[in-house]
Design a binder for this molecule. Structure first.
Ligand code: F6R
Length: 244
């Protein structure tokens, strides 16, 4: 795992944008694996700015997202589909029909997981962007998820519900279940970029980079990927051994 430490969030977002934009410039038909959450918001703003100023085109780019809450329609402002439109897709020239995410309203959950796995097999990702949970989760794969798991439905942990409550009016409104890509599907991307911001991610970052590779810390699987870059701000990197 290559580790880049930046002094602050803005610099982290700039470094991440350089990587994402270069993937698209090198391959105008690139498939991007994307994430939601607060961490990539600065990156998405810079991708939109670059598109507007420098004309980087997403016309032939396809996008697949990691996860979606169960029970929220795409029009709900807390759905991840809505997040992706407002934070990124609406500011690019991407074809919305080529932006994919699990259907939070799917009635047959198993069929929806199978549909998404088939879609991922047909759209090999050039890069997969990730954030990390304070408990080491990636996507909604909580501690204990077997590494070979593909797309599945998860019950969110109390920790994740509490962390996500800041986006809702109250904790009661946070959906309890979600569809998520599994660790196996994440690892199939050609390149992985994981971003970590803030002191509350420091323990998870240390465990991911220096602890045992184990499903008890889902992000640790990324150490087995041949092309994975972590960009962490100083706070998130503060518990890493010096000189690494
Ligand atoms: C988002 C996702 C989550 C977040 C993680 C960090 O699609 O799958 O794993 O990346 O919870 O969230 P933030 O960025 O809000 O700290």
């Amino acid at each position: 795992m290559k580790i880049i430490v930046t002094k602050d969030y803005e610099t982290l977002s700039e470094k991440a944008a350089e990587i994402m934009i270069s993937v698209v410039r090198e391959n105008p038909n690139a498939v991007l694996g994307l994430a939601t959450g607060s961490t990539p918001i600065g990156l998405y703003r810079l991708m939109a700015e670059d598109h507007q100023k420098n004309g980087t085109s997403y016309k032939n780019v396809r996008a697949v997202n990691l996860d979606e809450y169960l029970g929220l329609p795409p029009t709900n402002d807390q759905s991840y589909r809505y997040f992706m439109r407002t934070n990124l897709f609406d500011h690019l020239d991407i074809d919305l029909s080529e932006t994919h995410i699990e259907d939070g309203l799917a009635k047959d959950e198993a069929a929806e997981c199978a549909r998404y796995d088939a879609l991922l097999r047909n759209l090999p990702r050039d890069i997969q962007l990730l954030g990390i949970g304070a408990n080491g989760h990636i996507a909604f794969n909580e501690p204990g998820t077997p590494f070979e798991t593909e797309t599945h439905v998860v019950s969110l942990t109390e920790n994740t519900i509490a962390m996500n409550a800041r986006f809702f009016k109250s904790e009661d409104e946070v959906p309890r279940r979600a569809f998520t890509m599994g660790p196996k599907s994440i690892m199939e991307a050609k390149k992985i970029l994981i971003l970590a911001v803030g002191e509350n991610k420091a323990r998870a970052v240390r465990e991911m980079a220096e602890g045992p590779v184990s499903p008890s810390l889902p992000a640790s699987i990324l150490r087995l990927h041949p092309d994975c870059t972590l960009i962490a701000d100083e706070a998130a990197a503060s518990l890493l051994k010096k000189g690494e």
